[in-house]
Design a binder for this molecule. Structure first.
Ligand code: SF4
Length: 72
């Protein structure tokens, strides 16, 4: 459980969620400020680095993250 070190630079908040402030706040509370280890984006980042994290990957898309990691 940790506050995510990527918060200031995470594409998800700096781009994808700009027009959905309510959802962004909920995701931020659940993942970024509480438990980034559960975040699909953080999982892919940890496995492969920032370049491999799809811009449109949502924090709650754990299955998609697992597929990305399995594919290498
Ligand atoms: S969406 Fe995930 S990777 Fe981005 S700041 Fe939040 S916890 Fe970190």
């Amino acid at each position: 459980m940790a506050v995510c070190e990527l918060m200031s630079s995470c594409l998800f908040f700096n781009d994808k969620m700009a027009n959905m402030p309510g959802s962004a706040a909920a995701f931020k509370r659940s993942y970024c400020e509480t438990d980034n280890e559960r975040c699909a984006r953080f999982t892919v980042y940890k496995a492969f680095g920032r370049a491999k994290v799809p811009p449109d990957l949502f924090p709650n898309q754990e299955k998609r993250a697992k597929r990305i990691i399995a594919a290498g």
